[in-house]
Design a protein around this ligand. Structure first.
Ligand code: ADP
Length: 333
């Protein structure tokens, strides 16, 4: 029964931090961790700016009221940072000293695979229990169907595509829209289907510029007068502006415009799906620690909360859904 601190009071104080790239819903995850700790009578401290705050001893005690009015806010109230110092043994040693000084027994790390790598090394070096909560808009973490922030980012890209489509249709134009996805095409593939892209270019595929041109030619032949090509930033055809230039040379009848969505995709109020996901994973992270687990990431698979080793979460990559690629090919005619 989850109604008491059932570790015989062994676990008394949890630290929570957000690290790496921010993602909408991180606040909802912090809130869930803090409120789960309150529920189970455990002290909880928020650590500022990821691992940097651990090294600088920037911690503050939190309670149910310190996370009021944040479920709807993007970003992270704890702030996030990329901390080079934590990559060194000395940096992690300092972080450990501060944990000991503050009597913190365990950590919840909300972030991406880089943050989990740091957490995993730290946990092994100093025998500190850690649980990872996947927070990144890219959805590129093995062991969860969805990461916190992904759904919000998708909706942002689709909304941008809808807006750009108005101009594309009014002027019979071809737009190249670049979305986030340096190493993975989850955002591009899903938003591309939802936003009605004629072509979707993702890092996982090996489409050539000739394939792209053929697709655009056949689209024109079927009397399509405006098109959107959605390009993940890590697509193998390279820089989106140069790709647009090359395409325009091969298809001079098209007037091409490029729109790079950039950081607007990372901000904004989290969607309902992200708030619920973050709440489930935040509570689960605390419960996993209470059950004596460590070195794992909580995630959601087939609608249920599950766990995977941090090792797998870091070292394995979720594959792109080939069924979705098939659907995208059919509906983009
Ligand atoms: P994300 O968690 O979004 O993937 P990063 O890759 O930038 O973001 O990682 C966030 C932080 O995690 C880094 O700034 C660093 O402090 C820590 N980190 C990443 N890799 C390591 C590592 N190999 N050893 C120790 N710390 C690491």
């Amino acid at each position: 029964m989850w109604n008491t601190n059932n570790m015989g009071n062994k676990l008394k104080h949890i630290g929570v931090l957000t690290s790496g790239g921010d993602a909408p819903g991180m606040n909802a995850a912090i809130r869930a961790v803090v409120r789960a700790c309150t529920h189970y009578n455990i002290k909880v401290s928020g650590i500022s700016e990821g691992y940097q705050g651990l090294i600088d001893n920037e911690l503050r005690g939190m309670d149910a009221r310190s996370v009021a009015h944040i479920i709807n806010r993007g970003g992270t109230i704890l702030k996030s940072a990329r901390c080079q110092n934590f990559r060194t043994k000395e940096g992690r040693q300092k972080a450990h000293e501060n944990l000991k000084k503050n009597n913190i027994d365990a950590l919840v790390v909300i972030g991406g695979d880089g943050s989990f790598t740091g957490a995993s090394i730290f946990s092994s070096e100093f025998n500190i229990p850690v649980i990872g909560v996947p927070g990144t808009i890219d959805n590129d973490i093995y062991g969860t169907d969805f990461t916190i922030g992904y759904d919000t980012a998708l909706n942002c890209v689709v909304e941008a595509m809808d807006r750009i489509r108005d101009t594309a249709t009014s002027h019979n134009r071809l737009f190249f829209i670049e979305c986030m996805g340096r190493d993975s095409g989850f955002i591009a593939l899903n938003a591309g289907i939802a936003g009605g892209a004629t072509e979707i270019l993702i890092p996982e595929d090996n489409k050539s510029i000739d394939d792209l041109v053929d697709k655009l030619k056949s689209s024109r032949a079927s009397n399509k007068t405006s098109n959107i090509v959605l390009v993940a930033e890590g697509d193998q055809l390279g820089d989106t502006f140069k790709l647009a230039e090359k395409t325009e040379k091969l298809l001079p009848e098209y007037s091409i415009r490029v729109s790079v969505l950039g950081h607007i995709q990372r901000g904004g109020n989290p969607s309902c799906a992200d708030r619920v996901l973050a709440s489930r994973l935040g509570v689960s992270a605390v419960e996993q620690l209470l059950a004596g687990h460590s070195g794992i990431m909580v995630g959601v698979q087939n609608s249920s909360v599950t766990t995977v080793s941090l090792h797998d979460a870091i070292s394995r990559k979720p594959g792109i859904d080939t069924d979705l690629v098939h659907v995208a090919d059919i509906v983009s005619l």
